[in-house]
Design a protein around this ligand. Structure first.
Ligand code: SAM
Ligand code: SF4
Length: 460
């Protein structure tokens, strides 16, 4: 384990008290998954401790930091495009600072390419150098350009300042990295090997969050079900301990790898009223041949058995998933197996992706890469099927009554619609107002829409 060193703490204090000009504002643009969002809250914490304050928009920022993702090509292209578009602003406002960090910048070749191609970018660093931000900022403030890209670190970094989004719902990273090396995935290369945080640290963080008014916590990791293997504990044990924390009403977690879902996890979900009845269980493909090529460690049949076990013990559970279409060598028959699995499971929602070759991964070197047009066609077919499944799943909620946590309020239509999720992740919209955000309300479902439910507050 590693925390911020005394020297780094000192630098932060000096930045805040002596170096950072008063009133400098930052804006962080985050790409990718919830882990990146969670990292951005730490980056924001460090920047605030260094004397910056949050800007309301990109345009208002003196320091614009891009926290990047490299899981798919699309996110990468957007980042390059968005940074390129800032050249003129930098020419006009030389004191405007630009930083780029995160997964994309953890890849040495990509970081160097960006450094060379965009000489107006001031600061570049990878996922493993976040705690070094104070020292990097100090150098940037003295006019230096900084490119800091080092090997993945095997340490768990603790004790960074965090600036959380206000509200009652937040996330806590419980582990970092991944050991699975799914053949298509870049994550293990940019996030390093699996490292679990000590349970005492996690539980203290959740207790502090509960004390400051947060009541819904999402425990985050690339594969939360293998939490603790490296430090002699298990994920279900962490759930039992977290559920004892007063003030916490809902515990969510993601992501769960199907090969690591244990009977103990299913028991914990059934036993613990605070643990939400939702599991995000990425299947990726329904073809055994493709699952083998993907190195996923389960079959179509095994996945169905797992779903049956989950539904057997937790009858109202909702299951969401990730699916990749157009993996190298995927035939029409393989794709049909995926469609069949989608019909068999009845996911409440699915995040669907066209396979995107990632340099350095095994799948990128596999023969029979599919043309983009074929991937697009399959994605459309899959999305159409899932849309009908989502609608069907929504329809079973008509007449349902349960507690939701209000997340927001949409005021664009004729009538303001507040919205929030039932504990099993189903989203419901209902006539309400912005003051309700953060409240738990009892809501009944009147109507099912394509992607959500329409309801009304139930006064009992
Ligand atoms: N750790 C999680 C898991 O095992 O499912 C999720 C990691 S990844 C950030 C989120 C999703 O992106 C994956 O579930 C997968 O469907 C998708 N993904 C990852 N690599 C991809 C690639 N090369 N092309 C397309 N989709 C990809
Ligand atoms: Fe990537 Fe597989 Fe790890 Fe998920 S489990 S992060 S898909 S390697």
């Amino acid at each position: 384990m590693r925390g911020m060193s005394a020297q780094e703490q000192d630098t932060l204090t000096r930045l805040r008290d002596e170096i950072t000009p008063r009133g400098l504002k930052y804006y962080i643009e985050t790409y990718g998954c919830q882990m990146n969002m969670n990292d951005s809250e730490k980056l924001a914490g460090i920047l605030c401790a260094a004397g910056f304050s949050p800007a309301g928009s990109k345009e208002d920022a003196d320091f614009l930091l891009f926290n990047t993702c490299c899981v798919r090509d699309h996110a990468e292209k957007r980042v390059f495009g968005n940074i390129g578009a800032l050249k003129q602003r930098k020419d006009e406002q030389p004191h405007f600072l630009i930083g780029v960090c995160g997964c994309m910048m953890q890849q040495e070749a990509v970081a160097k390419k960006l450094y060379k191609r965009y000489p107006f970018v001031d600061l570049i660093f990878g996922t493993h150098q976040m705690h070094e931000l104070p020292n990097m900022l100090q150098r940037v403030m003295s006019g230096e350009r900084v490119l800091f890209n080092a090997e993945p670190d095997s340490n768990v970094v603790e004790g960074l300042p965090v600036l959380r989004a206000p509200g009652v719902s937040t996330s806590v990273s419980i582990m970092f990295g991944c050991n699975n090396f799914c053949s298509y995935c870049i994550v293990p290369y940019v996030r390093g090997r699996e490292r679990s945080r000590e349970p005492e640290r996690i539980l203290k963080e959740i207790t502090d969050l509960a004390d400051s008014g947060y009541s819904e916590i999402t425990l985050l990791g690339q594969n939360v079900n293998s939490y603790g293997k490296d430090i002699g504990t298990t994920f279900p044990e962490l759930l039992y301990a977290a559920a004892k924390i007063e003030g916490i009403r809902r515990i969510r977690f993601m992501t769960s790898h199907p090969k690591d879902v244990s009977p103990a996890l299913i028991r914990a979900m059934a036993d613990l009223p605070k643990v939400c009845h939702h599991i995000h269980l990425p299947v990726q493909s329904g073809s055994d041949r493709i699952l083998r090529l993907m190195n996923r460690g389960y079959t179509h049949q095994r996945y169905l058995e797992l779903v049956a076990q989950l539904r057997g013990k937790v009858p109202d559970i909702e299951i969401t998933t990730d699916i990749i279409v157009g993996f190298p060598g995927e035939t029409e028959a393989d794709f049909e197996d995926t469609l069949e699995l989608v019909r068999q499971v009845g996911f409440s929602a699915a995040f669907t992706f066209m396979y995107s070759p990632r340099p350095g991964t095994r799948a990128a070197e596999m023969p029979d890469q599919l043309p983009q047009s074929e991937k697009k066609k399959r994605l459309l077919t899959l999305n159409e099927l899932q849309a009908s499944q989502t609608k069907k799943n929504n329809e079973k909620y008509i007449g349902y009554v349960g507690d939701i946590l209000v997340e927001g309020c949409d005021t664009r239509g004729a009538e303001a619609l507040a919205y929030g999720k039932y504990q099993n992740f189903k989203m419901v919209y209902f006539p309400g107002h912005a003051d309700m955000i953060g409240q738990y309300l009892r809501v009944g479902v009147k109507k099912a829409q394509k992607n959500s439910l329409i309801g009304e507050i139930i006064h009992e």
